[in-house]
Design a protein around this ligand. Structure first.
Ligand code: F0G
Length: 370
């Protein structure tokens, strides 16, 4: 392991206050002397060795990168902190995004923390309850669009293109904003530091295709600066009803229980395909049933409650391992992109309902069959 990697690792396990993500990785980020300090404590998320699931699936070195531990409960915070800092640096007064929920929650929170006006445009009726409430509570103006995510992204891009920046200085904070991807690549750095090198495989859910592209850039940065000697194969998983990168065609009416990745025309499609091909990886589809099974299993066997879209990574790895397509000795990282509490409705649909009992030990003993 290189000295720098060792140092970063030690810094992480010390008791010092958490250095800001943007400070820690400034050398790899578009940070200048006039970039304001913005932070809600993003990054430094746990990498958990999933011993139980790993054994069950037949890949004992399975790890989970728990991105739901970010301030607003998803990986979006890594990129949003950079995008918001750069928006402030450029003199913006407002930020706007289209979202399936998590980008909106993150934009709303970071915008609130620095006093920016925030507008989020969301596909009506398709947003998990917790995410919508996060945006509302942070005081964002929420627009429920009569259309899907792809429509919403088209609308906000058109809106920003047609807005005079002198009249209304507004920044688009979707992942088409390069500062978002720059921030998101820091998760790859943390994975390398925790493992002492790059893993063999990294698996992610793919929606608008920004995150898989960002991770690949992160691993490439660490390789280029000599901090690691290898890069992982990137495994991307889309939901079967919303899998444009698998079929090679945009999907006009994407459908999946994993609402975060209900996207039919990914903005970063080209970058994701390049990450797949340069890394020797794959982008494949997993069914809603496979996603829900993985979603339940990761909570039951590892105690980690992620949102449905996140479980697509694990569903994909389980399937590949079952088909003998992953070396059992490989080090694998599944990225769990968001926190399960955001989507109580989907959890209700798979969780065991509470047992009912009167207020006595005997009544509880009876329902427990003890
Ligand atoms: N997982 C979660 C929990 C997400 O919220 C998203 C995307 C993804 C995976 C896919 O990442 O788009 O970079 O390929 N959510 C966006 C949003 C679209 O608006 O919150 P991607």
């Amino acid at each position: 392991m290189s000295d720098v990697l060792r140092q970063l690792r030690q810094q992480k396990t010390s008791n010092d206050a958490r250095p800001r993500l943007m400070e820690r990785y400034a050398a790899f980020l578009p940070v200048t002397g006039s970039t304001p300090n913005v932070s809600l404590g993003e990054g430094y998320t746990p990498l958990v060795h999933a011993r139980n699931l790993g054994r069950l699936i037949g890949v004992p070195l399975l790890h989970l990168k728990v991105e739901g531990m970010n301030p607003t409960g998803s990986f979006k915070d890594r990129g949003m902190v950079v995008a918001v800092a750069k928006a402030l640096e450029a003199g913006s007064r407002a930020i706007i995004c289209a979202s399936t929920g998590n980008t909106a929650a993150s934009a709303a929170a970071y915008g609130a923390s620095v006093g920016l006006e925030v507008v989020v445009v969301l596909p009506k009726g398709q947003i998990a309850a917790g995410k919508l409430l996060q945006a509302q509570m942070a005081g964002a103006r929420v627009i429920a669009l009569d259309g899907n995510f792809d429509d919403a992204l088209r609308v906000v891009r058109d809106l920003v293109d047609d807005t005079d920046p002198h009249d209304r200085p507004v920044t688009l904070v979707n992942s088409v904003n390069p500062h978002r991807l720059a921030g998101q690549k820091t998760a790859a750095f943390e994975v390398c530091e925790d493992l002492g090198g790059a893993p063999d495989y990294v698996a992610l859910p793919v929606g608008n295709a920004g995150n898989i592209s960002a991770y690949w850039q992160g691993f490439t940065d660490y390789l280029d600066t000599g901090l690691v000697e290898t890069r992982p194969a990137m495994l991307g998983f889309q939901a079967a009803g919303a899998a444009p990168l698998v079929t090679g065609r945009r999907v006009d009416d994407p459908q999946t229980v994993a609402t975060a990745i209900r996207i039919g025309n990914p903005a970063s499609a080209d970058k994701a395909i390049r990450a797949r091909d340069e890394s020797g990886g794959v982008i494949e589809a997993v069914t809603d049933d496979e996603i829900l099974a993985a979603y339940r299993d990761v909570a039951r066997y590892e105690g980690i409650f992620c949102e449905p879209a996140s479980a697509a990574s694990l569903a994909g790895v389980s399937k590949m391992a079952a088909n003998g397509r992953i070396d059992p000795g490989a080090t694998i990282v599944c990225v769990l992109t968001g926190q399960g509490l955001k989507d109580p409705d989907t959890a209700h649909s798979v969780a065991t309902p509470p047992l009912q009992a009167a207020a006595s030990a005997d009544a509880v003993r009876a329902v427990l069959d003890w």
